[in-house]
Design a protein around this ligand. Structure first.
Ligand code: CTP
Length: 398
């Protein structure tokens, strides 16, 4: 139920705007207050009168309506809501959101807000499939915007495929899910993931085989328990988590800077396979083959991000979790690593090639904490992630 939840509903211009009327009716029925905002194009499809009659609220339409600014400025309008829902969200409005363009009331509200936004896209299938739209979706997802739909099916334009707006009741369920509380609701958790790339020159780099799959799975599992997740990732192959704020970096030094920039957090999980060394004096221009001579590289040590955060004297996260990739004497090495770095837990795994763990879908881990070592059976990386998220939730609650 959505008792007394305040939803700011932005209706943009698409034929699916007619379904927004039913959405408003269902939201009111579920107990929510709906403040409607319509774009100019939306008013070509449904009338502000119908929208306002169903919402039992004034419809906000223009950025430069002075009465509205006196009554409630656009900043206030966007921030007084518990959730902002854009339904239908056209390709055009999504493009503006991805670029930070604010040229009408709807796009300005979306840029001015720090409230969670849920979008229900609706557009022709070719517009949905267009690389520009797909790029914008990826940008919006990494900004932490949530999506419901679109669905596949016959469209008003006569074509078939993904692009139909989700049905009003599906949107209501997605809205309800936004308000569900989990054991990590209100907790801010940092996850690092992926490899780092350490440049040799502008075209070459040193890297490792980490896919980022375990990091993404952990971020996803923490969000599922209600945490606000900040995901700092190197150039990983794995898809980015859908509910996290994603910060992309390349090198270990950039990763440390990004991590320090998002503190304070309640817990931090360092799943990244950070390169231990960088090339000293990486060149600004490409190293050329020269007759008779091989280039020699010298290395400098990278900052140890896990150790730096674990050993903070002020503002240290309550729980710091590190990973250890070992090929032999897993428990002994990982126990020593925990003491050396000063973190609370080490999640150790055996990455010998015959295990197929690095780059694979399964993992077999041993969690080392103050209480000792606990070995978990081999399972999928998703299952490891959710067991770890449960354990984090339990520890933060104690
Ligand atoms: N780590 C880090 N910053 C580094 C290196 C590692 O934050 N510069 C973190 C990793 O994210 C991971 C843990 O430290 O959580 C792994 O520690 P590391 O000392 O690199 O161990 P291994 O990769 O297992 O390698 P080694 O056997 O060389 O100690």
């Amino acid at each position: 139920m959505l008792d007394d939840k305040r939803i700011l509903l932005i209706i943009s211009g698409g034929i699916a705007a007619y379904k927004s009327l039913e959405l408003i009716r269902q939201l009111r029925k579920a107990g929510a207050w709906v403040t409607p905002v319509m774009t100019g194009a939306a008013r070509e499809f449904v009338t502000p009168l119908s929208v306002s009659a169903l919402a039992e609220e004034k419809v906000y339409q223009d950025l430069f309506d002075l009465t509205d600014e006196a009554e409630m400025g656009h900043i206030e309008l966007s921030r007084s809501a518990d959730l902002i829902v854009v339904a239908p969200a056209t390709a055009n409005l999504m493009a503006k959101m991805a670029q930070g363009i604010a040229d009408d009331l709807a796009s300005t509200l979306l840029l001015a807000t720090d409230t969670q936004v849920l979008v229900a896209p609706a557009m022709n299938v070719r517009m949905w499939d267009h690389p520009a739209t797909q790029r914008n979706i990826a940008t919006l997802q990494s900004d932490g915007i949530r999506f419901v739909g679109p669905n596949e099916g016959a469209m008003a334009c006569g074509e078939f495929g993904p692009g139909r707006m989700a049905e009003p009741l599906e949107i209501v369920s997605a809205i309800e899910a936004e308000f569900e509380e989990g054991p990590l609701t209100g907790r801010r958790i940092l996850v690092t993931s992926g490899p780092t790339h350490e440049p040799i020159d502008p075209v070459r780099y040193i890297a490792n085989r980490s896919s980022g799959a375990q990091g993404t799975a952990i971020a996803q599992a923490l969000s599922a328990l209600g945490a606000e997740v900040i995901f700092v990732t190197g150039p990983a192959e794995a898809a980015r988590p859908t509910h996290a704020r994603v910060v992309e970096v390349e090198t270990a030094s950039q990763m440390l800077e990004a991590v320090q920039g998002v503190l304070p957090v309640d817990a931090a999980v360092f799943a990244a396979a950070v390169a231990d060394w960088r090339v000293e004096g990486a060149r600004d221009s490409k190293i050329k083959k020269e007759a008779g001579g091989l280039p020699s590289l010298s290395f400098a040590e990278n900052p140890d991000i896990l150790a730096t955060i674990s050993q903070m004297t002020e503002g240290r996260p309550d729980l710091v979790v590190g990973f250890a990739a070992e090929t032999d004497d897993v428990i002994a090495h990982a126990t020593a690593k925990r003491a050396r770095k000063g973190c609370d837990w080490i999640v150790a795994n055996d990455v010998s090639p015959e295990t197929g763990i690095m780059g694979g879908t399964e993992n077999a881990v041993t969690v080392i904490s103050q209480e000792g070592a606990e070995s978990w059976p081999r399972m999928g990386k998703d299952a490891v992630a959710s067991a770890l998220a449960d354990r984090i939730a339990q520890t933060l609650a104690d």
